[in-house]
Write a protein that binds this ligand. Structure first.
Ligand code: SAM
Length: 286
């Protein structure tokens, strides 16, 4: 009886973002074992394979043939194992692969992700900016109007924001960040991560704007921007007039209602008024 051929698997294999030592044992093992490599760039992949003495057939898979070659790869995955790799870092993170992975799920083909290098996460981990909540925005748009709109949209985002940036645009982007988020917004600029000229600095937006404006040398290299989230520092002071209203209403209404009515009259947050009343009440009791 003929043996039924096993279904293949798609392995998502991260590759180094600069330092070639940042490839995992498992990544090398998988690349040695699979049947094909779906690669974003033949030359870059060949260099990597040569470095680790791996010989494999390469299928081209980049943003211009992603749709067409997804079908080809899906067909091969019927009985072959394939590794998806990009030029650097984790495939599908601002790199081709999402369509392929989605189709694998649809066709019930197993997708096996390997953990590994990713510029966004590497930069975040060393940024000195809160990393417990963050959002990843990919590249800032190249068109100025769109770029400004994107920056405007994230102005009040409280989570840490991550952008990838190109060296050709960094000066313009920093100018727009200062204009839209203000000169004092804290951010970390991580450049050439894991490479010889690696630099990771936490400063204000204005510091980077000024620094990059006059230095074209540091504008070279790959960049990740980690922008600190919006902080609502200004606590609105409770004015004498508002306090007077609170004192008039307090004997007539409950604390919650006093805060609510006053907040409606003066268009300020109910919570701050309620907290103020509660504190006052506790102090009065002492
Ligand atoms: N898939 C990749 C990953 O996992 O990070 C990202 C690919 S995206 C096309 C390339 C961008 O990632 C660069 O323009 C840069 O913003 C960022 N990047 C990649 N390598 C970097 C490095 N060594 N240092 C800083 N940024 C890097």
């Amino acid at each position: 009886m003929k043996k039924k051929k096993k279904n293949g698997k798609l392995f998502i294999v991260p590759t180094p973002i600069g330092n070639m030592k940042d490839i995992t044992y498992r990544a090398i093992k998988v690349l040695n074992k699979i049947d094909y490599i779906a690669s974003e760039n033949y030359k870059i992949t060949l260099k990597l394979l040569n470095k680790f003495n791996i010989k494999k057939k390469i299928i081209s898979f980049h943003k211009y043939n992603e749709h067409k070659n997804t079908n080809l790869i899906i067909k091969k995955l019927k009985n072959k194992n394939i590794a998806l790799i990009s030029n650097a870092g984790t495939p599908t993170i601002n790199d081709p692969g999402f369509i392929l992975v989605k189709k694998c799920h649809k066709k019930k083909i197993k997708v096996v992700p390997l953990p590994g290098a990713c510029a966004a996460i590497t930069a975040l981990s060393a940024s000195g900016i809160p990393s417990n909540k963050f959002c990843f925005e990919g590249f800032l748009p190249s068109q100025e109007k769109k770029r400004c709109n994107t920056i405007k949209k994230i102005k009040f985002e409280k989570r840490t924001i991550i952008f990838y940036e190109s060296p050709h645009r960094i000066k313009k982007s920093l100018k727009n960040i200062v204009e839209k988020l203000g000169p004092l917004r804290k951010m970390t600029l991580a450049r050439e991560l894991t490479k010889y000229w690696e630099s990771i600095k936490l400063q204000t937006a204005y510091y980077f704007f000024k620094k990059y404006k006059n230095n074209s040398l540091i504008c070279k290299g790959e960049i990740v921007l980690i922008i600190s989230g919006y902080k609502n520092k200004k606590k609105k002071k409770i004015s004498k007039k508002i306090k007077k209203t609170l004192y008039i209403l307090k004997p007539l209404l409950s604390l919650t209602k006093t805060a609510l009515v006053t907040s409606k009259i003066y268009n300020i947050k109910k919570n701050s008024l309620y907290k103020y009343l509660l504190k006052k009440q506790n102090n009065d009791k002492k």
